[in-house]
Ligand binder design. Structure first.
Ligand code: G3P
Length: 218
């Protein structure tokens, strides 16, 4: 399973990249705003900076919600760098835009997916990725992981090439369960990626080894 970081924070991207665990980056307008990136020129430059740091797929989201606007913005984003994946919201016009962009050889990520029927439509339109938001489903008392399993089954049944990019992950067990289910990618915030490293028995084990080594040195 590939691991992406869900952030627009350059320091966090650099750190995960240096650890050798990063396969790509996902962003969205909220994450860009969180980093204080304002104005279309700055936003486009920020995407280019991320592409220079990570040699993997980098999702950049369109703001338009009409077909023509999404095609125009999608083309502009795709022209920034070969690793850009155009993130398109799950709308009727979005599915239409994904079909057109895919036909032009532009990689797409259908975002804000909350049901298997939406994922099926995105796959039929030729999306490169489909992004089910599992944490937001959990937030409304619906099993997000169950949706990932459902989509995995459907995509396997018909050998859809569309990859499942599980998003809105809130804790390490979301990542582990996505891996068990067979999600192609899990994208997670920095804190969740860092939490994957931790185990208290590792910490106490290291402490004991070091203290025993010191004793053995007299
Ligand atoms: O990739 C989607 C993600 O950014 C949404 O996460 O935590 O806002 O539901 P969250």
């Amino acid at each position: 399973m590939k691991l992406f970081i869900d952030t627009a924070n350059i320091a966090h991207i650099k750190e995960c990249q240096s650890l050798g665990i990063l396969d790509g980056v996902t962003t969205n307008p909220s994450l860009m705003a969180k980093e204080g990136i304002k104005g279309s020129k700055n936003i486009l430059n920020h995407y280019v900076e991320i592409c220079r740091l990570v040699d993997g797929d980098i999702s950049a989201e369109v703001i338009a919600t009409d077909y023509e606007g999404m095609i125009r913005e999608g083309g502009e984003l795709a022209s920034l760098h070969r690793n850009i994946v155009v993130k398109v919201p799950m709308l009727k016009e979005g599915i239409r835009a994904i079909k057109t962009l895919s036909g032009k050889g532009i990689k797409t990520n259908c975002t804000l997916v909350f049901s298997a029927s939406q994922a099926l439509l995105a796959a039929k339109a030729g999306a490169t990725y489909v992004s089910p938001f599992l944490g937001r489903l959990d937030d409304v008392s619906t099993d997000g992981l169950e949706l990932i399993a459902q989509i995995r089954k459907i995509f396997n049944n018909y050998k859809f090439a569309t990859k499942i990019l599980s998003a809105s992950l809130r804790h390490p067990m979301h990542v582990v369960k996505c891996a068990e289910i067979g999600s192609d990618v899990a994208t997670a915030p920095y804190a969740v990626l860092m939490a994957l490293f931790n185990h208290p028995l590792t910490d106490t084990g290291i402490e004991r080894f070091l203290s025993d080594f010191k004793k053995s040195q007299g």
